[in-house]
Design a protein around this ligand. Structure first.
Ligand SMILES: [Zn+2]
Length: 76
């Protein structure tokens, strides 16, 4: 009986260690995917900063105050 109890204890320990390793791996994957999502969001936010004329929709280049296409004032 004593030997089988020790075996059960060892098996439980091994299972717990495996669960810890698997859980740690899943946590790392979740953290990495979250970082990738944040990077993607940052990139899309940067592209959203591109200015377009509110009057004609033309792209505003540089810090121009007026639209090069229609001459409307660009709201900064
Ligand atoms: Zn315009």
């Amino acid at each position: 009986m004593g030997v089988s109890l020790v075996m059960i204890g060892i098996i439980v320990l091994v299972v717990l260690v495996l669960l810890l390793i698997i859980g740690g791996g899943i946590a790392v994957v979740i953290i990495v995917s979250n970082k990738k999502e944040r990077n993607n969001r940052a990139n899309s936010a940067a592209s959203d900063e591109m200015q377009y004329c509110s009057s004609c929709g033309a792209k505003i280049t540089g810090d121009s105050e007026y639209c090069e296409n229609c001459g409307a004032k660009v709201e900064q």
